[in-house]
Write a protein that binds this ligand. Sequence first.
Ligand code: NDP
Length: 432
Amino acid sequence: MLDLNKYRNEPEFHAALEEMFSSLDPSVINNPKYAPILEKITEPDKVITFDVEWRDDNGNKQVNKGYRVQFNNVNGVYKGGLRFHPSVNLSILKFLGFEQIFKNYLTTLPMGGAKGGSDFDPKGKSDAEVIRFCDVFMEKLYPYIGVDLDVPAGDIGVGAREIRALYLSYKKYSGKSDCSLTGKPLDLGGSLCRTEATGYGVTYFALQALKTYKKTDLQGKRVIISGSGNVALYCLKKVTELGGKVIAMSDSSNTIYVPDGIDFETLRALKEDRRERIREYKDIKENVRVLPTKDIWKIPCDIAFPCATQFELDDGDADRLIANGCIGVFEGANMPCTLGAAKKFIKEKVIYSPGKASNAGGVAVSGLEIEQNKKGERWSFDKVDKKLKGIMSNIFKNIYKTAKDLGDPYNLVKGANNYAFIGIAEKMLERK
Ligand code: NDP
């Protein structure tokens, strides 16, 4: 029997394992044929760690840690983002890499699970410093990646600027121009709709779930979205297009509460072009209140999209959202709700979708980027967007059906985990 206690000193990874194994149906977790799989699936295939020595603008030497966790490739090449954030450590990357195995399976595209990154903080660094850091990071990483082996992408702290720098360095060191990274800018072979994919994808998922469970949609709904990075911004855009009103968003310093609704283009320019803090929105628009970050969950809303970071929404926040009449919580981030918060939503029949299902749009379009690069094609925005919609709808249908078949229709955690675990486990048994 698998002993999860040995992972207690890796709290994020431990939580991800607990979420997976505690939700597996007894007919799955107690099935003797899966016993060897349980042990094997909790250990990454390979963990690569390295030092990244780079020079800041004053010529001083700085050193950060670099990582790549290649977790499992039974479903295809290793695939998962790179995160640059001071909090990055092996526990976080193992948690994210483990989640990625099942998320990628749910997309139905041939991709295994991986994750990587560094404790480097791009915030407050000059463009030249970021580019120097990315160059050394890639000098160390390039031997381990490539289109037939491992294809990283962006994540927290790794946006268009970082991916451009990383890809140019990959080409320089490897001498290759293959699709070794996704989320590339268009002029370097990126896909249309990749920037929008995760935010649009979580919104498409929400729409399907709202229709199925509550026979409603986003029209006229009051929505809150935590974060104001890539996922949150494009969730804002799609929710607004579909008739919802986004009344609050955040960053790690503040929440803005805007009862009239947040304007996408104003916030996009503030965050993407000028890299400002979200509170600056108050200087541009009227009727804006600036609150502490965590107060976002106190604002009454119909629907919440946690799109910032892991464990940002705890049991107390869940109680407040439920008391305020929230009908749906759709994770755009990876595991933003604590296990306790998720349990409360499921118990109270608030529609709750785990990130591994509802935020799979980003990696799905990354998969489509690989396909386009391999075929030498560039698909239109509409074509990619339509495929994304189809993939998100398919993910919802598969996990909802599994949850219903297991007699627990509001438990999409059970639905996603049982569906994806069986799929991956069967592939692992086939490979033996
Ligand atoms: P970004 O770096 O673009 O944005 C992260 C945002 O979250 C920033 O606005 C950041 O603010 C904010 N933030 C960080 N910590 C907190 C906090 N404690 N409370 C409120 N806001 C906070 O990252 P992404 O948008 O790419 O990623 C967000 C989440 O989505 C992550 O969990 C990521 O793993 C997940 N994800 C991303 C995908 C993608 O395609 N990008 C795909 C699937 C999942 P600040 O600027 O102050 O740090």
